[in-house]
Structures are given as structure tokens and as C-alpha cells.
Write a protein that binds this ligand. Structure first.
Ligand code: ADP
Ligand code: MG
Length: 292
């Protein structure tokens, strides 16, 4: 590889919002056979908002407890719940105690009440009956929304539907990669039904959806594809994605994502437009051709 052609290539990437951390990553990007895309914040905008609240039992005061439980969480879903409550004119207090349960939700104590907000698993593990939520869960999830359950003192109270918009260029980017014979996967901590609905929208086949992945297991999924002999690129934006970005043959971070993801990655996609993935691969091939 001549240093000049590498310099020209990285420069051209930078002009297009593709920042390679070094020449070796520009070289390494060619020949990628599988691309794993995180869902929230990578395929989607990452600005979730509450669209529906189904009340199973309870009132505005109960919803204020739910929002208070989310107040100290830094999860985007939590921010959506707090923003919604505030928009409804509900005052959201600080919880007396709070615990984030990674990949599942939050548990908090508010005025001596025990509040749980998160996945069905979070609630059922504490023996809470969630059968009253099944129909709403199914409906919201089939719409590609994340359905969050909320309980107070062991009673299911609300089903909260949260939606995030798919980026306008995600489908085009995925089509392009697939036309170049690259396998595209979606990986997410979100539930399977929601993930599959979003995958359908962007043209990722159902069998390439890896859902309900705990943060500590995202890197294992990259390794699994590598063990099948594939050269893997991982694309993500979150703190959760950092180990997977680091272990992938090429890690690509969304420029609007967390600093931790950007540090762990080899390439930064400045504007977060996924069409820069096939562009980066093309640039790499072109650079390598010129130097042979
Ligand atoms: P991802 O960021 O990939 O969607 P996470 O591992 O952060 O996945 O979360 C997985 C799931 O756990 C979410 O889809 C949601 O159902 C639940 N969850 C996590 N944190 C919260 C929270 N603060 N409030 C409500 N639900 C949560
Ligand atoms: Mg994400």
C-alpha cells in the first residue's frame, strides 16, 4: 500500500463524512462479508417518543410514579416516558431509590411504593401477572413499537408504547449492501416482535434478526459470525455496542452516538447516514486497486 493512495483515500472519506482512524482501517474495510447493525439509534433515529398509553389500572398519580422511576435512568426509553409525563402536565419527582436493571428496565421506590418499568421478563420474574397486557403488547410490537410494562406494588398498571422513526436512508443503504452480496443483520436488546417489524420495514430478512440480546452478549454475536469464517463489520451508537465494535473486524460508530462507541470503533460515520457503509467499502476497494 502506498502511503499516498491511503492518504488520498482517507481524505476522500473525510470529505464524505467517513472518518477512518487510520490507513489500516481503510484497507481493512474491503472484503466485508457481513454487516451487523444495531437497531435503536443506528437503523432508527434514536429519538423515541411515547405514542400510546394503555391503562390497565390506575390514574395520573400512578403515572407520575412511573415517570419518577424513569427519571434517574439515562436510557432513551426512560427519557421518552419522562418527556411524555411532563407534556401531560404531570410533575415528575425524584425517586427515593433507583436501580437500573441492564437490558430489562428499572426498579425504583417512590413514597414507599415499589415501581417496576420495563420488559415482560422484568415483571414476570417478580411474579407479576402480565396476562392483561398480552393483546396490547402484541399490537404495539407488530407496529414496530417498543412496549414497556409498568407495575406498582406487584400490580400491572400501564402498557406504554414507544416509537422511533427509521432513518430515511436506512432501507436504501441495506438494499445496496445486499446487492453487493453482503449479509445484513440487525442486533438489538429490544423484543423479537418489534425487531422483526422494523427489519421488515428496511428489508432485513427475518432469519437475520438477532433480538433480546443482553448488552454483555452483543460481542458474542459478532464472534459467532466470525467463527463462521466471515469478515464482520459492526455498526452501532451505544455504550452497549462498544465491546462488539471493538471485537468486529471493522467497527463503525454513528457520529451522533456516545463517545464510548466512537472510541471503540475504527471508523466514524459522521452524520449517521448508513449509505456511508457501502460508500466506505467502495472507497476501500478503489484505494486498494490503485495501489496494486
Ligand atoms: P436496546 O438499547 O438495544 O434497545 P437495551 O438492552 O438497552 O436495548 O434494553 C432492552 C429492553 O429493555 C428495551 O427494549 C426495553 O424493553 C427494556 N428497558 C431497558 N431500559 C429501560 C428503561 N429505562 N425503561 C423501560 N424499559 C427499559
Ligand atoms: Mg443503539
Amino acid at each position: 500500500a502506498t502511503p499516498t493512495s491511503i492518504m488520498v483515500g482517507t481524505g476522500r472519506g473525510a470529505e464524505n463524512g467517513i472518518l477512518f482512524k487510520g490507513g489500516e482501517y481503510l484497507e481493512g474495510t474491503q472484503g466485508i462479508e457481513a454487516v451487523l447493525l444495531d437497531k435503536t439509534g443506528t437503523i432508527t433515529e434514536g429519538r423515541p417518543r411515547v405514542t400510546d398509553v394503555k391503562t390497565i389500572s390506575g390514574d395520573g398519580k400512578d403515572f407520575a410514579y412511573i415517570a419518577a422511576a424513569e427519571k434517574r435512568s439515562e436510557h432513551p426509553l426512560a427519557e421518552a416516558v419522562v418527556a411524555y409525563a411532563t407534556e401531560q402536565g404531570i410533575e415528575v419527582d425524584q425517586p427515593a431509590s433507583f436501580e437500573a436493571i441492564t437490558g430489562h428496565g428499572v426498579q425504583a421506590s417512590i413514597e414507599e411504593s415499589n415501581v417496576l418499568v420495563g420488559t415482560r421478563k422484568l415483571l414476570t420474574e417478580q411474579s407479576i401477572d402480565v396476562s392483561g397486557a398480552e393483546n396490547d403488547l402484541r399490537q404495539f410490537e407488530e407496529e414496530g413499537k417498543t412496549a414497556v410494562l409498568a407495575a406498582i406494588d406487584g400490580q400491572l398498571r400501564f402498557v406504554i408504547a414507544i416509537a422511533d422513526t427509521v432513518k430515511s436512508t436506512s432501507k436504501e443503504a441495506i438494499d445496496h449492501l445486499q446487492k453487493d452480496a453482503i449479509d445484513v443483520y440487525m442486533m438489538t436488546g429490544d423484543n423479537t416482535r418489534t425487531a422483526k417489524a422494523v427489519a421488515r420495514e428496511v428489508g432485513i430478512p427475518e432469519e437475520n434478526v438477532i433480538a433480546e440480546v443482553l448488552p454483555q452478549h452483543k460481542a458474542d454475536q459478532v464472534e459467532k459470525l466470525q467463527k463462521e469464517g466471515k469478515k464482520v463489520a459492526m455498526v452501532g451508537d451505544g455504550i452497549n455496542d462498544a465491546p462488539a465494535l471493538a471485537i468486529a473486524d471493522i467497527g463503525m460508530a454513528i457520529g451522533t452516538g456516545t463517545d464510548v462507541a466512537i472510541e471503540a470503533a475504527d471508523v466514524t460515520l459522521v452524520g449517521g447516514d448508513l449509505t456511508n457503509i457501502p460508500k466506505a467499502i467502495k472507497l476501500s476497494k478503489k484505494t486498494m486497486r490503485n495501489i496494486r
